[in-house]
Write a protein that binds this ligand. Structure first.
Ligand SMILES: O=C(O)CCC(=O)C(=O)O
Length: 247
């Protein structure tokens, strides 16, 4: 998928974009059925019992060969290279299902806030597997907030969050099932609780980083993340110098 110049300019300026549907029906069906097998209440939940927990699972690509095939999907990595440059590593993926009654929020944060030692700005892709809005646990964002750089995060249970965010400029970022949202890892965002009784809100998040990304505290390269694009060419077989340890 190639962004137009005006889409790219809007992304750089606002820090986010809904690029619509870039995967086919069959692909979305494969993702949906593998996701439903893996992202379940029985496997793992996040959130708190009082508000209602939600299924969460990290690194679905480790657990499912059909899902692993998407980490170097041609449309997705073309987009990543256009934004990040000619050398791109796959960074992380996670499934989050704000199920009906999962009232727990994910508080305001930048995705960068989750990495000890810090890492440079990277790209988050957020695939909506269901329609998503503020009734069923959808996203709220602060447009342009990525331009202010990294913010310091506090830890609340397992969520890193930015305290005292002035949310007065926040907007809803809705999506239709099948849409891909993309945003900067520095964009401030949160997701609200799902207060419906019958509308699940599943999302599969995949993230990509520049090939030269390194740990800002230790100086170490992130060479445990697989290459998906090198010298502007998509790799058929992603590979990394070191094995990634999922803790
Ligand atoms: O999908 C969600 O509920 C949370 C997404 C999010 O905030 C993230 O992936 O950083």
């Amino acid at each position: 998928m190639r962004l137009t110049d005006s889409q790219l300019a809007a992304f750089r300026e606002q820090g986010y974009l809904n690029i619509g549907r870039i995967l086919g029906d069959d692909e979305l069906e494969t993702i949906g059925s593998e996701y439903d097998r893996l992202v379940t209440f029985e496997a793992q939940t996040l959130g708190n019992e009082d508000d209602g927990v939600f299924p969460y699972r990290a690194m679905l690509n480790f657990r499912s060969p059909p899902l692993r095939a998407f980490i170097n999907h041609p449309e997705i990595v073309e987009l990543a290279a256009q934004i990040l440059g000619p050398d791109v590593r796959f960074w992380w993926d996670q499934g989050i299902n704000k199920a009906p009654g999962s009232g727990s929020e994910i508080p305001w944060h930048q995705d960068n806030g989750y990495h000890e030692g810090g890492c440079p700005e990277y790209l988050t892709t957020w695939l909506a597997l269901d329609d998503s809005d503020l009734e069923n646990g959808g996203l709220e964002i602060l447009p342009g907030s990525h331009r202010e750089g990294p913010r310091s995060h506090a830890l609340q249970t397992v969520h890193y969050y930015v305290p005292d965010v002035d949310g007065s400029g926040a907007i809803e970022l809705p999506a239709r099932a099948g849409d891909h949202l993309i945003f900067s890892s520095l964009l401030l965002h949160r997701t609200v609780g799902n207060h419906t009784t019958d509308r699940q809100r599943r999302a599969w998040v995949m993230q990509f980083a520049r090939g030269d990304a390194y740990n800002l505290a230790t100086g170490e390269p992130y060479d445990d993340r697989p290459w998906v694009v090198r010298d502007g060419r998509r790799l058929e077989k992603p590979w990394a110098e070191r094995r990634f340890a999922l803790s």
